[in-house]
Design a protein around this ligand. Sequence first.
Ligand code: AMP
Length: 275
Amino acid sequence: MIIARTLNELEAARAGLGPLGLAPTMGALHAGHLALLAAARAQGLAPAASIFVNPTQFGPNEDFSRYPRDEAGDLAKLEAAGCALVWMPAVAEMYPPGGATVVHMDGPARLWEGPVRPGHFDGVATVVAKLLGQVRPAAAFFGEKDWQQLQVVRRMTADLHLPVRIEPVPTVREADGLAMSSRNRYLSPEERATAPGFYAALREVAADLAAGAPVEATLAAARDRLIAQGMLPDYLALVQAETLEPLAVLQAPARLLAAARLGPVRLLDNLGVPG
Ligand code: AMP
């Protein structure tokens, strides 16, 4: 496994590898991240990961400085997973002085996480565009766990005509249904016991909507149930799966998107709804 920390090292490493499948990450790796690498390998690509905690996608009051970092643990997991290349640039390598370009996202970035985290998707789109330009993979792999991010990245690469395939990877879950996330470690044991109720609520709503229940009343009742369980929903919405515009009636392809605060953590999850 080659570890590249500078653009020169990355360029030298690329020369010896075939077509790459890139999994962009912020580290603190778990089985969800490793599923991205497995998907790259399944497509016959050399699995590559980037680890970069991107300051421009964090708001001023968010957890950039406290975001979990575990370089040694991450590298051991990547090595064991058969990763061929790890790209881990310093912030100054990614954002050298004089930089004057930001990718601004509208469309799928407009609602949901967009207004809750102003500037977040511009930061994501900018760093992903940079990573794709640096690594130049044949395909880049993104988790369905962050459904809105996946749609933003798809839109950005299409709009900028970037020569890369964007490949979605299904959400990897704990045995009780909770979507794996680097931030789950901040849940207290009591909160951890509550958290599976979040995905359970999505499954219930999806089943009810698929059976013909009215959209608004079903969503409102589910929000109330989350609150009763101790979660504070930012949103629970039925949306068109690609544009992420809200749907008043079920129409395929549809997706349930949800975010809720539970103690110090924002739970984020989503689920397809058969139309
Ligand atoms: P992060 O390190 O949280 O920025 O995530 C890096 C990539 O891993 C993103 O494409 C995420 O969607 C993906 N990812 C994170 N958690 C999961 C999960 N539980 N299942 C599948 N993919 C995930």
